[in-house]
Design a protein around this ligand. Structure first.
Ligand SMILES: [Zn+2]
Ligand SMILES: [Zn+2]
Length: 192
């Protein structure tokens, strides 16, 4: 009976702590402010899906006002936007302790191996302070948030993961978001 009382006190204490904090345990990465920047054309339900999901991993999320695509990122031979130029453009505007996540429904591309301009779902440098995602090549739009977490992971310094169900797996140029279920035990540590 005595043990039960102690257990109850501990339980009440943890409930009190729990009610004041977020569902995910944040620590070192939580000090970063994630600034989500809608660019060009953005589907509103995709925007909500990404914002809600990113907010589960980061307590400080700011959604910025939509902006036009910067002209310098336009790649006229393929009529789409260069992801590397978009990142560079955002990176120069990000303040210390900020990570910018650009989001668009328009097609984006980058140089990949011998292909000078390959269409992609997202791009992030490792580490960096800005990354970009596009819903254009993702069949199921409710999976766009997985690419957002993937690129934020790279931006925080996380490499690709061998676990095929982990958001950090290498997509190898395909849309594999339908197979991805979570961040694995190892990768999630970077977000905590
Ligand atoms: Zn990647
Ligand atoms: Zn993983």
């Amino acid at each position: 009976m005595k043990n039960l009382k102690v257990y109850l006190i501990v339980l009440i204490m943890s409930m009190t702590i729990g009610s004041n904090s977020s569902p995910v345990t944040y620590s070192k990465k939580s000090t970063k402010t994630i600034k989500i920047l809608p660019l060009g054309i953005v589907n509103q339900s995709v925007m909500k899906n990404v914002t809600d999901s990113v907010s589960k991993y980061f307590p400080n999320v700011v959604v910025m006002k939509k902006e036009d695509m910067p002209k310098e990122a336009w790649y006229s031979p393929r009529k789409r936007y260069r992801a590397d130029k978009l990142i560079h453009w955002m990176s120069g505007r990000a303040k210390e302790n900020e990570v910018w996540l650009g989001i668009t429904s328009l097609d984006i591309s980058t140089t990949k191996g011998t292909n000078p301009d390959s269409g992609i779902m997202g791009l992030g440098y490792m580490p960096g302070n800005a990354c970009i995602i596009s819903s254009y090549r993702i069949r199921n739009k409710s999976n766009v948030y997985k690419v957002a977490i993937h690129e934020l992971g790279h931006t925080l310094g996380l490499p690709h993961c061998k676990n095929k169900e982990c958001y950090m797996r290498d997509a190898e140029g395909k849309d594999v978001t339908g197979y991805e279920k979570r961040l694995c035990e190892k990768c999630i540590l970077t977000f905590k």
